[in-house]
Ligand binder design. Structure first.
Ligand code: ATP
Length: 356
């Protein structure tokens, strides 16, 4: 196992700076996810840790040692990609043990380690088959098996589940988490899927344009996003954003949106300032008209069985509420909503920064 330190890490592709001076400490044994929109630099950053991309500036340390100039094979890491190439003519057991065989490990030892990895991944009955006789998810587990038997200091995953269907993705996600609980090997996992990023991580890193937007425990980031971008990126369905403006005339500051008013305390912004109100779908509470923060017309209802997503219109703004299943909800119906004060977020409309 190993800790990983990124110090002012930079990657230039010609004149384009893809990674803009990233500082990050990854604790020994932790599971870190890199997440962000396409092109944010997450794969580049992972490949720099792997040694597959040259580092243009800054320092990369593994276990306290600067490894900027070390070859990938000298870094004691194992990487699992989305395109997992297995040798088609070899059995699954031979595929998993291939790296060990190349390193001259004795046959009996290879067999023991392959068996152990197969047990962890629950693929023992498949060991004598060829890759062509496996499903996508099973092949993915074999690719992980190859990484496991190496027992590296660090695992790096680059969107390993993106070729799998929705159900397999969820199954494999559980497998990966179970594996980490068992082995406790330092892991970095790149994904553009925020659910994967949230559920797997001890520590989530949200990237945009080669910069870290926010990092921390997934729940902390979820509860207190430091910007509208992070608030909207993390969470599904995504956070509702309602545009408003601050009015301080009446002595008491309040936010106005359409015909609705939200009194606020401790407002430091100026009269007329544009402020985005952020409320997550599960924090909208249906209530009576008297208690309502606002009312909106139901446009589309999405019953999921466990709950119902009501997509409503507040003026031109789409608002999604996550409600308990109730067959009496109808499109066109006016719904009244309130929300607990500590579940309402405020962002500066212009900069997108959190205001409280
Ligand atoms: P995705 O989710 O689409 O894979 P990503 O966050 O992994 O995106 P990267 O592949 O790390 O993004 O790319 C980061 C930026 O660097 C992008 O703007 C990309 O166009 C650019 N980039 C990546 N590789 C190269 C390259 N070899 N030459 C020039 N630019 C590159």
């Amino acid at each position: 196992m190993a800790s990983i330190e990124l110090e002012k890490l930079i990657k230039n592709y010609g004149a384009f700076r893809a990674i803009k001076g990233i500082d990050l400490s990854i604790e020994d044994g932790s599971f870190v996810t890199f997440v962000g929109p396409s092109g944010c630099g997450k794969s580049t950053l992972l490949r720099m840790v792997a040694g597959l991309e040259e580092i243009s500036g800054g320092k990369l340390k593994i276990d306290g040692r600067v490894v900027n100039d070390l070859e990938p094979r000298e870094r004691d890491i194992a990487m699992v990609f989305q395109d997992y190439a297995l040798y088609p003519h070899m059995s699954i057991a031979e595929n998993i043990g291939f790296g060990l065989k190349m390193r001259g490990v004795a046959k009996a030892e290879i067999s023991r380690q392959v068996q152990e990895a197969a047990d962890i991944l629950q693929i023992t009955p498949l060991l004598e088959r060829k890759p062509g006789q496996l499903s996508g998810g099973q092949r993915q587990r074999v690719a992980m098996g190859r990484a496991i038997v190496r027992r590296p200091q660090v695992y790096l995953f680059d969107e390993p589940l993106s070729n799998l269907d929705a159900k397999l993705r969820v199954d494999m996600r559980t497998q990966i988490k179970r594996l980490h609980t068992l082995l406790k090997t330092t892991t970095i996992y790149v994904t553009h899927d925020q659910v994967e990023a949230m559920t797997l991580a001890d520590h989530i890193v949200i990237l945009k344009d080669g910069v870290i937007m926010q990092q921390g425990k997934p729940v902390s980031v979820y509860e207190r996003p430091i910007s509208r971008f992070v608030g909207e990126f993390i969470g599904s369905p995504k956070m509702n954003i309602i545009e408003s403006h601050l009015v301080t005339d009446a002595g008491r500051p309040e936010l106005r949106f359409g015909e609705f008013i939200l009194p606020v305390t401790g407002a430091t912004a100026l009269n007329g300032a544009k402020i985005d109100i952020g409320i997550r779908p599960e924090h909208l509470i249906p209530c009576t008209q008297e208690d309502a923060l606002f009312s909106a017309r139901t446009d589309v209802l999405e019953p999921l069985g466990s709950d119902t997503h009501a997509i409503c219109l507040l003026g031109d703004t789409e608002i999604t509420a996550r409600l308990a299943p109730d067959p009496s909800y109808q499109p066109g119906q006016i719904l009244h909503f309130t929300a607990d004060a500590d579940k309402i977020h405020f962002f500066d409309t212009k900069s997108g920064d959190r205001l409280d």
